[in-house]
Ligand binder design. Structure first.
Ligand code: C2E
Ligand code: SIN
Ligand code: SIN
Ligand code: FE
Ligand code: FE
Length: 364
C-alpha cells in the first residue's frame, strides 16, 4: 500500500497568504505542488497526477468549479479527490461543489487543523479505494482465468469421454461434432416457436451443445459381438443394446455420488436426460421408459432427431449410409410417431443446413 507520506497534494489558490499557511502545515508530511490559477492547475495535473487537490473556487480565468468539472469528466483524473477551500460559504455554493464531485468543502477563514485532518482522512480513503480496486481487478482476472480453465477442462473431459464411446463403432469421430451442431441448429431455429421459446434460452442451447456428445457414452458397456455385429440384431441382442441408455445414466449417477454432489448441476441434469431418454419416442413406443409427448425432456426430443439423422447418413457396421434425401424421408415417416411433430417440422425447414453440417464435418 502506498504510504501517506509519499502522497502528493496540489494546492490551487490565487491568494498567497492561504498558500503560505497551507504549505507550512502540510509540507512536512506530503509532497506539495502549488499553482495560482485554474489553467495552471489543469496543466500541472496532466504532468504530475496528484493524489489530492485543494481547490479554491474564486480565481481569475478558469474557476475552481470548472477545474473540478473538467477533471470529473476525464477518466484519467476523475478519481483524484478534490477538496474545495473557498470563501464562498453559502449552502448553494457548497451544494454545487459536492454535486460537481468534490469529496469535501471547507470554508475560509479555515481552521488549519481541520484542513490537515480532512486532507489526511481523504488521502487515507483514496489509498484504500485504490487498493480495493487493484484487489478487485486482480480477483476478477483470476476468476476469469480459472473459469476459462474449468471450461476447457470440462470440454476436454466431455470430448474424451464421448470419443471413447465412439471409438469402437465410428471410424471418423465426426458423429460427435455433427450431432452437436445439428442439435444446436434445431434449438436455435425453434427459439422462434412460441411453444419452445421460453425453454430455449442461450444458456440452455449452450448446455445442449456441450452435452450432446455424451448421448451414447453407455455404448462402451455393450459387447463387441453386439455393437459391431455386421447384420441385423436379434431381439435379445437389441434388448442388450437398449441398455446403453441405462448404462450411460448410471455412469453419470455413480460419478455424481462419488463426487458427493448434493445439488445436481444443470450440465449433469441435461446430460442425464440426453443419455437416458434420447431413444424415447413421441408416441410412447421408445425406450427405456416408454415416455411419450412432453413427458420426454425437450433436450432428449431434440437429440432424437439429430441422432437419428446422423445415424442414417453414416455408414454403420450393419448397413451403408443412406443419402441425405432418404434420411429426410425416414425422419418424416417418424413425424408425430417417433419425433415431436414440431421438431420434425423444424428439421424439414432447415434440412439443407443439416446437409451442410454433414459435409463440413464429414472427414473429421
Ligand atoms: P445408431 O446406429 O447410432 O442409431 C441410432 C438410431 O437411429 C436408432 O436407434 C434408430 O432410431 C435410428 N436408425 C439408425 N439406423 C436406422 C435405419 O437403418 N433405419 C431407421 N428407420 N432408423 C435407423 P435404435 O434403433 O434404438 O438403435 C440404437 C443403436 O443400436 C444404434 O445406434 C446401433 O448402435 C444399434 N443397432 C440398431 N440396429 C442395429 C442392427 O441391426 N445391427 C447392429 N449391429 N446394431 C444395431
Ligand atoms: C415450453 O413450455 O415452451 C416448453 C416446456 C417443455 O418442454 O416441457
Ligand atoms: C408445450 O407444448 O406446452 C410444451 C412444449 C414442449 O415441451 O416441447
Ligand atoms: Fe443411442
Ligand atoms: Fe448416437
Amino acid at each position: 500500500m502506498k504510504s501517506l507520506s509519499k502522497c502528493t497534494i496540489l494546492i490551487v489558490d490565487d491568494a498567497v497568504v492561504n498558500i503560505d499557511i497551507l504549505v507550512s502545515a502540510l509540507e512536512n508530511n506530503y509532497d506539495l505542488s502549488v499553482v495560482l490559477d485554474g489553467a495552471s492547475a489543469l496543466e500541472t495535473i496532466k504532468e504530475e497526477k496528484p493524489d489530492l487537490i485543494l481547490l479554491d473556487i474564486d480565481m481569475p480565468g478558469i474557476d475552481g468549479y470548472e477545474v473540478c468539472r473538467r477533471l470529473k469528466k476525464d477518466n484519467r483524473y476523475k478519481s483524484i479527490p478534490i477538496i474545495f477551500l473557498t470563501g464562498f460559504t453559502s449552502i448553494k455554493n457548497k451544494t454545487k461543489g459536492f454535486e460537481l464531485g468534490a469529496v469535501d468543502y471547507v470554508t475560509k477563514p479555515f481552521e488549519i487543523t481541520e484542513v490537515t485532518s480532512r486532507v489526511k482522512t481523504h488521502l487515507e480513503l483514496a489509498v484504500i479505494r485504490h487498493e480495493l480496486k487493484n484487489n478487485n481487478d486482480l480477483l476478477e482476472k483470476r476468476v476469469l482465468e480459472r473459469t476459462r480453465e474449468l471450461a476447457v477442462t470440462q470440454e476436454i473431459t466431455i470430448q474424451s469421454l464421448a470419443s471413447l464411446a465412439e471409438i469402437r463403432d465410428d471410424e471418423t469421430g465426426g458423429h460427435i461434432m455433427r450431432t452437436q451442431h445439428y442439435v444446436k441448429l434445431l434449438a436455435q431455429y425453434l427459439t422462434k416457436a412460441p411453444r419452445f421459446e421460453d425453454m430455449l434460452t442461450p444458456d440452455y442451447i449452450e448446455l445442449l451443445f456441450k452435452t450432446a456428445p455424451l448421448h451414447d457414452i453407455g455404448k462402451v458397456g455393450i459387447p463387441d459381438k453386439v455393437l459391431l455385429k455386421p447384420g441385423k440384431l436379434t431381439d435379445k441382442e437389441f434388448e442388450l443394446m437398449k441398455t446403453h441408455t441405462f448404462l450411460g445414466k448410471e455412469a453419470l449417477n455413480k460419478a455424481k455420488k462419488f463426487c458427493g454432489v448434493t445439488q445436481t448441476p444443470d450440465f449433469i441434469k441435461m446430460a442425464q436426460d440426453i443419455v437416458y431418454f434420447h431413444h424415447e419416442k413421441w408416441d410412447g413406443t421408445g425406450y427405456p421408459k416408454n415416455l411419450s409427448g412432453n413427458d420426454i425432456p425437450l433436450a432428449s426430443r431434440l437429440m432424437a432427431v439429430a441422432d437419428v439423422y446422423d445415424a442414417l447418413v453414416s455408414n454403420r457396421v450393419y448397413r451403408p449410409a443412406f443419402p441425405h434425401d432418404k434420411a429426410v424421408e425416414i425422419i418424416m415417416d417418424g413425424h408425430g410417431s417417433h419425433f415431436d411433430p414440431d421438431i420434425a417440422d423444424a428439421f424439414i425447414k432447415i434440412k439443407e443446413h443439416f446437409k451442410q453440417i454433414l459435409i463440413k464435418f464429414s472427414d473429421i
